[in-house]
Design a protein around this ligand. Structure first.
Ligand code: KIV
Length: 309
């Protein structure tokens, strides 16, 4: 199935209202699929906003897609804060969720609440996301919710702890592992999370868990039964090298297009085709004559292109 758009029009709904928690729940109740995408800077946020998505996640995947780390483990709150602030500046209507990076919420409830406050107060996030459904993550989620900040959970493949999970691979593939995920979802829901991401779990496991969930579930590699889907901006637009995970669907190949554009520019510079006369600034003939005279040069030479207008 090819889903590369041939002609695609941007939504023109100028009266679009900012997305809120009640509106997200209303959409979920009506069975309207929720669309989430990651964004990490002003242009990606503008693209997501103009496309009319419901939620934007400044994911810690930005550690890899934008900052070039080989995993999400090393990135710090300060580094993600820069990305979150830039993303916020580009958003008008989507609900904005910021990921809490590894090590910024696990130590204590106080640490978790303080980091969450930073993303809300300094970066303007509407909510934060944390990974895992074990005892610690559930306790931290509850503490942040109690402090008044909406929390999105994340179960299944949780990249921050991929090493402990045995690598970047699907989770919940045995009955026992699937039961554990179901319990984690229910615990996060009970802790007050407004939504949960299911990442890389078998579609049939998602189907069993979904009827137990009251809050919106956003899937990535979790099949079609969830309330919505999320993809990483750079994966769906092909702004990274390599094939990516099984669940990735590419809708463009922008890295190739970017390389082609830069190569064309390089070729033009080397062939002296760029810059052309149309790219230059003019100076009045008299001013140029005076300028030249101050260096002992004669008035404008007739062959100095674009010198005088
Ligand atoms: O960081 C991220 O991009 C994520 C999504 C995959 C949900 O957590």
């Amino acid at each position: 199935m090819s889903t590369m758009p041939t002609t695609m029009h941007l939504p023109q709904d100028a009266s679009r209202l900012p997305m809120t928690l009640p509106r997200l729940l209303e959409k979920q109740r009506r069975g309207e699929p929720l669309v989430m995408v990651t964004a990490y800077d002003y242009p990606s946020a503008r693209a997501a906003d103009r496309a009319g998505v419901d939620l934007v996640l400044m994911g810690d995947s930005g550690a890899m897609t934008v900052l070039g780390y080989d995993s999400t483990v090393a990135v710090t709150p300060d580094e993600l804060m820069v990305l979150a602030k830039a993303t916020r500046r580009g958003l008008q209507t989507p609900f904005f969720v910021a990921d809490l990076p590894f090590g910024s919420y696990e130590v204590s409830d106080e640490q978790a609440v303080q980091t969450a406050f930073r993303f809300v107060k300094e970066a303007g996030a509407d909510a934060v996301k944390l990974e895992g459904g074990g005892e610690t993550s559930v306790r931290r989620a509850r503490a942040i919710v109690n402090a008044g900040i909406p929390v999105m959970g994340h179960v299944g493949l949780t990249p921050q702890t991929a090493t402990a999970l045995g690598g970047y691979k699907a989770q919940g593939k045995s009955a026992g592992a699937a039961v554990k995920i179901a319990h984690e979802c229910l615990a996060l829901q009970e802790a007050g999370c407004f939504s949960i991401v299911f990442e890389a779990i078998p579609s049939a496991v998602t189907e069993v868990i979904m009827p137990m969930m009251e809050i919106p579930v956003i899937g990535i590699g979790a099949g079609p039964a969830t309330d919505g889907q999320v993809l990483v901006f750079h994966d769906l637009l092909g702004i990274r090298e390599g094939r990516g995970a099984k669940f990735v669907q590419r809708y463009a190949d922008l890295l190739d297009e970017m390389a082609v554009g830069v190569a064309a520019y390089a070729e033009d510079v080397r062939a002296k085709r760029y810059p052309g006369p149309e790219h230059g600034y003019a100076i009045e003939v008299g001013e140029l004559a005076d300028f030249r005279a101050s260096f002992g040069l004669s008035a404008v030479e007739p062959d100095v292109e674009g010198a005088a207008i």
